[in-house]
Design a protein. Sequence first.
Length: 404
Amino acid sequence: MPEVPEYAETIAAALVAAALALLVAEVLYRALRWLGRRSLLLVELSEHGHRPFQLAGTVFAVQVAVRGSTDYARHSTWRTAVLHLLVLGVIAGAAWLVGAVLLAAEDTALARFRTDVPDNRQARRIKTQVVMLRRVTIAVIVVLAVGAALMTFPSVRGVGASVLASAGVIGVVAALAAQTVLGNVFAGIQLAFSDAVRLDDVVVVEGEWGRIEELTLSYVVVQIWDDRRLILPTSYFTSKPFQNWTRTRAAVLGTAEFDVDWSVPVQLMREELRRLVEGTELWDGRVCVLQVTEATGGLVRVRALVSAADAPSLWDLRCLVREHLVAWIRDQRPIALPRTRAEIGDAHGGFDWQAVRPPGRGGPVPAAQARDDARVFGGSDDGDARSSTFVGPDEPVDANATRG
């Protein structure tokens, strides 16, 4: 049993070493803050690395003090235990410090890419990759630190030889047991670098429309439009189809469909749609088309196709188009309301409901001209570009042909 003065000498040396380490850490912190007035990296290093450096430096200094102030021959039992604990502390502090330095570098890189601007696709892609790398980095650092700490125990090192001898069997069992977990991890890494989905992308999954709120190695959180959260494994996005509305740009197209009577004045309805969208800020000015897409079952299906700068604006615009055109048909053209006819007697009477009359003997009814707002694939620069997208390399592009 060592005497009290010898303990006191060791404690005093440890306290002095700890004080010196804390003083050095504080001086270095203030120096980085002063130098970082014009350097974001130094500011991030000082903020993230201050506490880890204090811990790692203090524990290392105490270890050196204990090792130098005690005699191994006289104090082998307690000296070994204390030094072992200090080594574990150094490993933990060093792992924390390395992680903090890497996080500071990642935050500095992210600061160059803003996501609060309209055209932020590149920034969201970089942010997604950096966030995924951060999670992988932290996981790797923790695993290495735990492994290094375990290897400081002699009993663990002795067991290591037998474990390595049966590593093949253990590896197969572990792979089978962790197949789902590893699949999600690799799927998360694939998502980060394949650019299939990014943070803040607007997607449609499982019949739900929402935004990518969080993307980890094992799961993806989708914020549904009504503030619910849909949590899916990352492997879902690599094994099943889904819609990504903002992969190339945020602007999207949307439809509003109406089943009306055959007597509907299509051209007047088209002009009313144009007047409506030109008077709202929800429309981005690209696409405003009204076409008859079905004429079966005694009704005519009219589809209004409009465009907006982003998905939320498109939703409100589609609802506005439905509400306005429903009211317009009801109030201005009630003859076009959907109905079921049963005509008995003379069909050439003068009643209002007999709106559609056979043409006279003067010739056929002239065909309506295809205006810009009557064509999806043509009639405008945006329509021509959309048409050329669906034309093969060996097919001629006929800008005047109506495609629908």
